[in-house]
Design a protein around this ligand. Structure first.
Ligand code: CP3
Length: 347
């Protein structure tokens, strides 16, 4: 096991239990903060914000100025990979991301790209990593991330977010060869991108598998477990001690298989996962992250405090990073975030 570093959140990912769980909040830089909305209002589009290091650094640091969080998460998006691969991505207000859906010929074009293309395009994001590293306290952890291949592919194949990912699920079944080629392209790009983030100063990286739900067992093994495992192995082939969090949202009955077969250091739990599940289904030393329902944070008050304390108590015997069970939503009152951080820090 890697030695402790003195950064409580990184150390928890590495397997060292802390007296109180460290905390960060998924999507902690975002529209619930007025200062984020002000910075965003000065940009023409969302990707411009991601690709301008001074602005991306500023919004990464905004939540750390307000709350006693243990980590900064790089401000970027999972869809910068398709953008870097040349598939145009637009973010429409109120509509979410919009892409021109890929077909078999488009995938063949991606597979022929020069492998250096992605990192050249994402150079400004790596610059943001280095800027943030220099700006945060030595005890704070810097989290980098990418989307896992299946989740990113659902947007690349469907052209937008959807409730059931039907376009991508059908494409995977009807065009297995092209689908496998797309997953291979995304695995290679993700490994290169995560290694570059770790070398630029990220302490930990998180794999966001936000659409691990809606898959049957063979599909989950092929599209989620195998690619996440190949990324973990590919990153560790270059950085053997890389600290990696996996967040397979909606994995449900496949969660234990994901944890043991991918080799991630810490398992992110969505809010629908019962806290008792970890005790019965996971190895006793495997750390977990989560898993407060983001709407409990919107509603706030006694129900939020009670649930947060129950989650902390349930995971007290293993490494635990406190977090929401999915991203914070724009209507979240700032005072509720401050109250939650206080409960996690002080009981
Ligand atoms: O603070 C942070 O956590 C870092 C930044 C971050 C963003 N997106 C910024 C963002 C991170 C880690 C992400 C991850 C991401 N992006 C995921 C995985 C996490 C999850 O929520 O499941 C996914 C699926 C995406 C794709 C994406 N990006 C969608 C579907 C949308 C539109 C919906 C929405 O929430 O607005 C985005 C846009 C986006 N990414 C915004 C932010 C702050 C809002 C855009 C804006 O400011 O106009």
């Amino acid at each position: 096991m890697r030695a402790a570093t003195g950064k409580p959140l990184l150390d928890t990912v590495l397997g060292f239990r802390q007296p109180r769980p460290p905390i960060w909040i998924m999507r902690q830089a975002g529209r619930y903060l007025p200062e984020y909305r002000a910075t965003r209002a000065g940009t023409t589009d969302f990707l411009q914000l991601c690709y301008t290091p001074a602005l991306a650094t500023e919004v990464t640091l905004q939540p750390l100025r307000r709350f006693a969080l243990d980590a900064a998460i790089l401000f970027s998006d999972i869809l910068v990979i398709p953008d870097a691969l040349g598939q145009r991505v637009r973010f429409e207000t109120g509509e979410g991301p919009v892409l021109e859906p890929l077909d078999v010929a488009g995938i063949a074009r991606l597979a022929r790209l020069d492998p250096g293309t992605v990192l050249r395009h994402l150079q400004p994001v790596l610059e943001t990593v280095a800027n943030v590293r220099a700006a945060i306290a030595p005890t704070q952890t810097l989290i980098g991330f990418c989307g896992s291949p299946w989740t990113v592919a659902t947007y690349m194949l469907g052209g937008k977010g959807s409730a059931d990912q039907a376009a991508a699920r059908l494409f995977a079944l009807n065009e297995p060869v092209a689908f496998a080629q797309l997953i291979d392209v995304l695995i290679d790009a993700s490994i290169a991108y995560l290694v570059a983030q770790l070398r630029a100063g990220a302490d930990v990286v998180q794999l966001f598998e936000s659409w691990a739900l809606n898959l049957d067992e063979p599909a989950f093994r092929e599209r989620v477990i195998a690619p996440n495992r190949r990324i973990v192995e590919g990153v560790r082939a270059q950085i053997p001690e890389a600290a990696i969090i996996g967040f397979p949202r909606g994995a449900a009955g496949m969660l234990a298989a994901y944890a043991s077969e991918t080799g991630v250091n810490l398992l992110g739990l969505d809010y629908a996962t019962p806290t008792g599940f970890a005790a019965t289904a996971l190895p006793p030393d495997l750390g977990v992250q989560g898993n407060l329902d983001p709407l409990r944070l919107v509603a706030g008050g006694a129900q939020m405090a009670e649930r947060a304390r129950d989650i902390i108590a349930a995971f007290a015997d293993r490494p635990h990073v406190f977090n929401l069970g999915h991203g914070i939503v724009p209507q979240t009152p700032i005072e509720h975030v401050a109250a939650l951080v206080d409960i996690v820090k002080n009981g």
